[in-house]
Ligand binder design. Structure first.
Ligand SMILES: CC(C)(COP(=O)(O)OP(=O)(O)OC[C@H]1O[C@@H](n2cnc3c(N)ncnc32)[C@H](O)[C@@H]1OP(=O)(O)O)[C@@H](O)C(=O)NCCC(=O)NCCS
Length: 343
């Protein structure tokens, strides 16, 4: 099933576009380099760098969970935009590593932020989580019912990594990012269009089998290492390259743009080789593609807001720039968002 949208359409013909008015990231301070990983698993810095582009990743200390990273990112975006927590009306948190099965991470974040006026919920779309949260939040702004929505992606992937599976554990890190969505002044700024789809046939290629209602935790599920990420890396790689390129091309085409109109693509950061292969298909220069996987690894729902945040810091985003966000994740879930940068 493929879903498309014209930004934040409200179904009445009246369209209030949503724009991102601030974005902030947070990664826990502890850094694990490839050399550190060499001590845990049979790998080496050269293999990781050349096969994935990753040099280091951030790792949360014991007791630090997705809600803590999400709250830090949210606090930063509130400070950046001069927003009082009580002004926030809705919090959407995307995560596959929530603190607990319930309550929702959004509730924990609301409490820590003191965002007393907000409702919210979690959504599960793995590496596409942030773009899903952005699109969902934009609908509420678009409907005219909400004026300040926090879209957050936060994952503590190290809590579900098997340090005996060298092809997987080297890829991921911990991190979060938050964006504030507000109504845009006119239809030419903010979120212009989005596209999402899911392809459930990809389920067996990337999943965590244990801990849910199908395989509740037992001694046996733990012994079988079912509470860790399992993946068929090769299948995921191929799907991600193809789908991210298709989504980006489709979004450009139906909005009457070409790759030359793009100022920046901020892709999900899963593997530098996936990003470069997608980039080649789209015919984009390095200058138009955000890459920071070298410092964070794959932080799942955190990669795109961390990428946006670094792009702002590096002076690579300016008001009016045409920007593409694009991702593929476990499920498979996929998403693309086309926007005009608004600040
Ligand atoms: C997992 C991934 C990095 C593997 O890269 P690859 O180039 O396909 O490597 P292969 O799986 O073909 O393995 C090549 C060799 O490297 C070895 N290898 C795997 N991981 C290694 C590691 N960390 N260190 C050293 N060697 C490693 C393999 O055992 C294999 O050895 P062999 O040839 O003796 O059997 C790559 O497939 C990938 O990134 N896939 C996408 C995964 C992903 O992004 N998941 C999240 C999506 S949101």
């Amino acid at each position: 099933m493929h879903m498309r949208g014209d930004g934040a359409g409200n179904g009445t013909g009246r369209r209030i576009p949503a724009k991102i008015t601030g974005v902030a990231g947070y990664a826990p301070p502890r850094v694990m380099t490839n050399r550190d990983l060499e001590k845990l698993v049979d790998t080496n810095d050269e293999w990781i760098r050349t096969r994935t582009g990753i040099r280091e990743r951030h790792v949360a200390d014991k007791g630090v969970a997705a809600s803590h990273l999400a709250t830090e990112a949210a606090k930063r975006v509130l400070a950046q935009t001069g927003t009082d927590p009580e002004e926030i009306e809705m919090i959407v948190v995307a995560s596959v590593t929530p603190d607990m099965m319930f309550p929702a991470t959004a509730c924990l974040v609301q409490e820590r932020l003191g965002a007393k006026g907000a409702w919210g919920f979690d959504l599960s779309a793995a590496c596409s989580g942030f773009v899903y949260a952005l699109t969902v939040g934009a609908q509420f702004v678009g409907a005219g019912s909400h004026r300040k929505v926090l879209a957050i992606g936060s994952d503590v992937m190290t809590s579900i990594l098997d340090y005996q599976d060298r092809a997987t554990c080297v890829l991921f890190g911990d991190g979060a990012g938050a964006a504030l969505l507000e109504p845009a002044g006119d239809a030419k700024e903010g979120i212009l269009d989005f596209t999402h789809d899911i392809d459930g046939s990809g389920g067996p290629c990337l999943y965590m089998p244990g801990g849910g209602s199908l395989h509740p935790p037992t001694q046996e599920t733990v012994e079988k290492r079912m509470h860790y990420v399992h993946q068929d890396g090769g299948q995921v790689f191929k799907y991600a390259v193809r789908r991210m390129a298709e989504l980006a091309e489709g979004l450009l085409e139906r909005n009457g743009y070409t790759k030359d109109d793009l100022a920046l693509v901020v892709p999900h950061q899963a593997n530098l080789r996936i990003i470069r292969a997608m980039q080649e298909r789209l015919g984009l220069d390095d200058s138009k593609v955000m890459v920071n996987i070298d410092r964070y690894g794959n932080t799942t729902a955190g990669t795109i807001p961390l990428g946006l945040c670094d792009a702002v810091t590096q002076g690579r985003l300016h008001k009016g720039d045409l920007v593409m966000l694009v991702s593929v994740g476990a499920g498979y879930t996929s998403g693309g968002v086309l926007l005009r940068w608004a600040y």
